[in-house]
Design a protein around this ligand. Structure first.
Ligand code: GLC
Length: 799
C-alpha cells in the first residue's frame, strides 16, 4: 500500500467480498458487499479495461483520450466461477478476480504472472472536494523495469522513480523535475522478457510510483475520478506500444515540409528581420522549410491580430516568404486580453465562452497581454467558434501552420502557475472543476485549433504544434518539450524525452534545439543539431534575451557542420516519411529506445543514450564537451558505421570515433535506405531519381519506402506508393525483390542504387530475370547501378 500520497484524513478503504457477478458480451461486472463495482471489458484478447466505482454507481463513461477508430474484437472469452475466484480467459491472458477482496492477477497462457494486485484497488474519500482519491497498488515483479510515461526528464527506465502528471509551465526545468508540460499516464512494465502496459485514463492529477516508496510495489493513483485503466499484454514492448497507440489514436500524415528544418525565435520582428533570417538561409545554402512568428507579431499580444508597425502587410510578407520556399507559422495562446475594443474578446463575452469561477464570475489570469480571460475549450461550442477564428489568418493571409503555447493554461504571478482549482468547465457536457479539466485543457484548445487550421488549409494538410498535452493529443498535432536550457544536461534530457514520448504513442515531437533559455556555445549547438535532425520534429527555438541562435551564429566551422547535418536530414526525408507512415499505419514509434528494439537483451534495459531512428538507423548523441568520440552499446546484430562503412558486430559496448563533425551513426545490415537529393526546402526540386543505399547482409532483411504527393489527402484514397523490398544476400550473390502497392506514380523513373559492404565483385546482373550488362547500369564506380523503379527483382552475381 502506498502511504505518503495525500493528507490521509479518513484512511484507506478496500473492496470486500464479491456478492454479485454478471457476464454480458464483452463485459464482466462484479459487485462487492461494501458497494464496489468492477467492470472488466475485453477490448481485444490482449487489451482489457478495468473500471472501478464505489457506492454501487459508476460515473458517466467519457474520455478525451480514446480514439474513435480503435480496433476492437477478440477471439476467445471464457468466464468461469471457481472456489475462491472468477477467471476470465482470452486467447492471450487469464485474469483471476479474487472473491474475497476483488484483487486481480493477470497471467499469460503458460501461467506466468504478468501483473498482479498487491492491495489492488483502494480509495480514500476526499473530504475537501468530494469523491475519492482512487488508488491502485501492484506487485513489482522481480527484475521489473518501467518505460514510457510521456515527457519525463528522467532516465528512460523509471524504476525507482515517482512521477506526477499535472501539465505545468516548467520554464528551465531540470533533470527529474516533476511535473512537466504533459500528462501521459501510460507506462510499460517489463520482466522475465515479457512486457505489458497500463494506461490510467484519468484526467485529474495522477501519480505513479515505480518501486520508489517500496521496493516491491508499483502504485498509481489520482486526485479524483475513477480508477479506470487499460491493460495491454505484449509480450513484446512493440505490441504494447502499438496497442496503446491504437487506443489513443494517431495523427494524419503531416505535409512533408513539416518534417523539414524549422527556424524559430522569440521573436523575429519586424518584417525586415524575418526576411533577413530567411535570406541568410538561402544565401548560406542551409535548407529550411519554416519560419516562426512568436507572440510579438500580435498587436499587444492579442491573439488573431497583427502589429501593423512591425508587419505592415503580413499577407504580402507570407507570400514572398512562400515564393522563397518558407512556410510561416504563427503562435496563438489561450488567454484573451480583457479589452472592450477587442472583438474576439467581445465575441467570447457575448457568447458566454469564458471559464467561470465556482460562484459565477469569470476566471481571470495574467499572461503576456496582462489580465486575460480564458475560453472553455472543453465546451464543444467554444471549440467550434475557436476553429472559425483561423479563417482570416490561414485562408486570407496564407499562414501555413499554428503553434499553440501556454495552453496548460500557464498563468503568471500565481504560485500554482495555472487556473484556480474551482474554475468550472463544461467537459463536453460533464460539468466539473479545473481539478478534472486541467490536464485536458490544452489538448482541447489544440483540438479546436487543428479543426480550424485543417478546414482553412484544405485541400492541403494542416500543421499544428502544442506545448500542453494529454494522452491522445497526438491525433491533432506535433508537440515540443517546452522551455529547456542550453546545457549539456539538457541535450541528454532532450534525447530521453523524445524516446520516451515516442514510446508513449506520441512520435511527432522535438526539443528546442540548442536550448530555449540561455545560449549554447558552438560546440553544444553543433552536437544538439546532430541529435535534433534525428528527431521527428526538428526546430531551433530560443528565447530572445540570450543572443542569436541561427545556424550561422557560431562561426564558420559550426555553420558548416550544421549545414552538413541539416542536409543529411533532407536526404533522409523519404526514410523519415516512411517512418511516419509506419507510425500512423501500425503505431510503430518513430524513435525506439534500445529496450524496445531488443528487450530480450538485458543490456538494453538501462540504456538511455542509444536509440533507433526509424527501424534501421542507430543513433547515439555525443553529450559531453571536448569529445572525439564516445562509448556506446551497439545492439545485437551487425551494423555498418555510416561514416566509414565498417561492419561491426553488436552485443558489446564500443568506442566510436565522433569528432565534432560526426555523430555515432550505424545502419542495420540488409537495410535499404532511400535518399532524396539535398533541397533547400521540400518541393524545391522535381525528383528525377531516388537514391537507395543498400547495405549488404548475408541473410534476409525487409525494407519499405512510402511516398505520396507529400501534401493533400489523396493518399487516403490509395494514391500512394508503397515499395516493399526484400533483400537476400548470400556469399556470392545478392537478390533484391520489390513488391509495389498503391496507385501513386512517382516523378522519378529510376533508382540509383549504391551497394555498401558487397563481399564480392559484381560479375553479372539480372534485372527481372534478364541478364543486363553491368556497364550499361553502373553509374558511380563499381558498386552502383541505375535501374528502373518498376523492377521486380535484381540479382547480382559475384565473380
Ligand atoms: C513560452 C514558450 C516559448 C515562447 C515564449 C514566448 O515560454 O514555451 O516557446 O517563445 O513562451 O511566446
Amino acid at each position: 500500500m502506498i502511504t505518503n500520497t495525500e493528507v490521509e484524513k479518513r484512511g484507506n478503504q478496500f473492496p470486500n467480498n464479491i456478492i454479485d457477478f454478471k457476464h454480458d458480451n464483452e463485459k464482466v461486472y462484479f459487485t462487492t458487499q461494501n458497494g464496489v463495482l468492477l467492470e472488466i471489458t475485453i477490448l481485444r484478447d490482449s487489451m482489457v479495461r478495468f473500471r472501478y466505482a464505489t457506492e454501487f454507481a459508476f460515473e458517466p463513461d467519457f474520455s478525451y483520450a480514446i480514439s474513435s477508430e480503435v480496433n476492437t474484437g477478440y477471439n476467445e472469452l471464457e468466464v468461469e466461477e471457481k472456489d475462491t475466484s472468477f477467471t476470465i480467459a482470452t486467447s492471450k491472458v487469464v485474469i483471476r478476480v479474487a472473491k474475497k477482496n476483488l484483487k486481480i492477477t493477470i497471467s499469460d497462457l503458460e501461467g506466468n504472472i504478468i501483473n498482479q494486485d498487491d492491495n489492488g484497488f483502494h480509495w480514500e474519500e476526499n473530504f475537501d472536494y468530494g469523491g475519492n482519491v482512487v488508488k491502485m497498488t501492484k506487485v513489482t515483479q522481480s527484475g521489473e523495469s518501467f518505460y514510457g510515461g510521456g515527457d519525463k526528464a528522467s532516465h528512460t527506465n523509471l524504476k525507482g522513480k515517482r512521477i506526477s502528471n499535472w501539465v505545468t509551465d516548467s520554464y528551465a526545468y531540470g533533470k527529474d523535475q516533476e511535473p512537466l508540460y504533459k500528462s501521459i499516464p501510460f507506462y510499460i512494465g517489463l520482466h522475465n522478457e515479457k512486457a505489458y502496459g497500463i494506461f490510467f485514463d484519468n484526467s485529474f492529477g495522477t501519480y505513479f510510483d515505480f518501486a520508489h516508496e517500496r521496493r516491491n510495489l508499483t502504485s498509481f493513483w489520482a486526485d479524483g475520478g475513477e480508477m479506470n485503466y487499460y491493460f495491454f499484454y505484449g509480450p513484446k514492448i512493440s505490441q504494447v506500444v502499438e496497442a496503446y497507440t491504437d487506443l489513443t489514436g494517431v495523427p494524419e500524415l503531416p505535409p512533408m515540409w513539416a518534417l523539414g528544418f524549422h527556424q524559430s525565435k522569440w521573436s523575429y520582428y519586424p518584417e525586415s528581420k524575418v526576411k533577413e533570417v530567411a535570406k541568410t538561409f538561402r544565401d548560406l545554402k542551409i535548407p529550411c522549410d519554416a519560419i516562426y512568428l512568436d507572440i510579438d507579431y500580435m498587436d499587444g499580444f492579442r491573439c488573431f491580430t497583427w502589429d501593423n508597425q512591425k508587419f505592415p502587410d503580413p499577407k504580402r510578407m507570407i507570400d514572398e516568404l512562400e515564393e522563397d520556399g518558407f512556410k510561416t507559422i504563427t503562435m496563438i495562446d489561450p488567454g484573451l486580453k480583457i479589452d472592450r475594443e477587442y472583438d474576439i474578446y467581445q465575441q467570447a463575452m457575448e457568447n458566454d465562452f469564458f471559464c467561470k469561477r465556482a460562484d459565477g464570475p469569470h476566471f481571470k489570469g495574467k499572461v503576456w497581454p496582462g489580465e486575460c480571460k480564458f475560453p472553455d475549450f472543453t465546451n464543444p461550442k467554444v471549440r467550434e467558434w475557436w476553429a472559425t477564428l483561423y479563417k482570416e489568418m490561414i485562408a486570407d493571409m496564407g499562414v501555413h501552420g499554428v503553434w499553440n503555447d501556454m495552453n496548460e493554461p500557464a498563468i503568471m504571478e500565481v504560485p500554482t502557475k495555472t487556473a484556480n482549482l474551482d474554475v468550472r468547465h463544461d467537459y463536453d457536457g460533464h460539468p466539473c472543476s479545473h481539478r478534472k479539466a486541467h490536464n485536458v485543457y490544452g489538448m482541447q484548445m489544440v483540438r479546436a485549433t487543428y479543426n480550424g487550421v485543417k478546414k482553412y488549409t484544405f485541400p492541403k494538410r494542416p500543421f499544428v504544434l502544442t506545448r500542453a498535452a494529454y494522452s491522445g493529443t497526438q491525433r491533432y498535432c506535433a508537440t515540443w518539450t517546452g522551455d529547456n536550457v542550453a546545457t549539456w544536461e539538457h541535450l541528454w534530457i532532450a534525447n530521453v524525452q523524445m524516446q520516451r514520448m515516442c514510446m508513449s504513442g506520441y512520435s511527432f515531437v522535438g526539443s528546442d534545439i540548442g536550448g530555449f533559455a540561455e545560449q549554447p556555445n558552438g560546440e553544444l549547438f553543433a552536437r544538439w543539431i546532430q541529435l535534433g535532425v534525428f528527431h521527428p520534429f526538428c526546430r531551433v527555438h530560443s528565447s530572445g534575451d540570450h543572443g542569436d541562435q541561427e545556424p550561422w551564429s557560431f562561426g564558420e566551422e559550426v555553420t558548416n557542420i550544421v549545414r552538413k547535418f541539416i542536409e543529411l536530414r533532407y536526404e533522409l526525408l523519404p526514410y523519415l516519411y516512411t517512418a511516419f507512415y509506419k507510425y500512423i499505419e501500425n503505431g510503430v514509434p518513430m524513435l525506439q529506445s534500445l529496450v524496445y528494439y531488443d528487450q530480450a537483451d538485458t543490456q538494453t534495459h538501462f540504456r538511455t543514450d542509444e536509440f533507433l531512428f526509424g527501424e534501421q538507423i542507430l543513433v547515439c548523441p555525443v553529450q559531453e564537451p571536448n569529445s572525439q568520440g564516445r562509448r556506446m552499446y551497439v545492439p545485437k546484430g551487425k551494423w555498418y558505421n555510416y561514416w566509414t562503412d565498417e561492419l561491426v558486430e553488436g552485443g558489446v559496448e564500443k568506442w566510436v570515433s565522433a569528432p565534432l563533425d560526426r555523430i555515432p551513426l550505424f545502419i542495420k545490415e540488409g537495410a535499404m535506405i532511400p535518399k532524396y537529393p539535398v533541397q533547400q526546402y521540400v518541393g524545391e526540386k522535381k525528383l528525377t531519381e531516388l537514391k537507395i543505399d543498400v547495405y549488404f547482409k548475408e541473410g534476409k532483411e525487409d525494407s519499405v519506402i512510402y511516398e505520396d504527393q507529400l501534401e493533400g489527402f489523396d493518399y487516403k484514397k490509395g494514391r500512394y506508393s508503397l515499395r516493399n523490398f526484400r533483400l537476400l544476400g548470400k556469399p556470392n550473390e545478392l537478390i533484391i525483390q520489390q513488391f509495389k502497392d498503391g496507385s501513386f506514380t512517382t516523378t522519378y523513373e529510376n533508382f540509383k542504387i549504391q551497394f555498401h559492404g558487397l563481399p564480392f565483385k559484381i560479375k553479372e546482373i539480372e534485372v527481372d530475370n534478364e541478364v543486363v550488362s553491368f556497364e550499361s547500369l553502373k553509374f558511380n564506380g563499381n558498386n552502383a547501378i541505375e535501374v528502373s523503379k518498376d523492377m521486380t527483382a535484381i540479382h547480382l552475381i559475384g565473380e
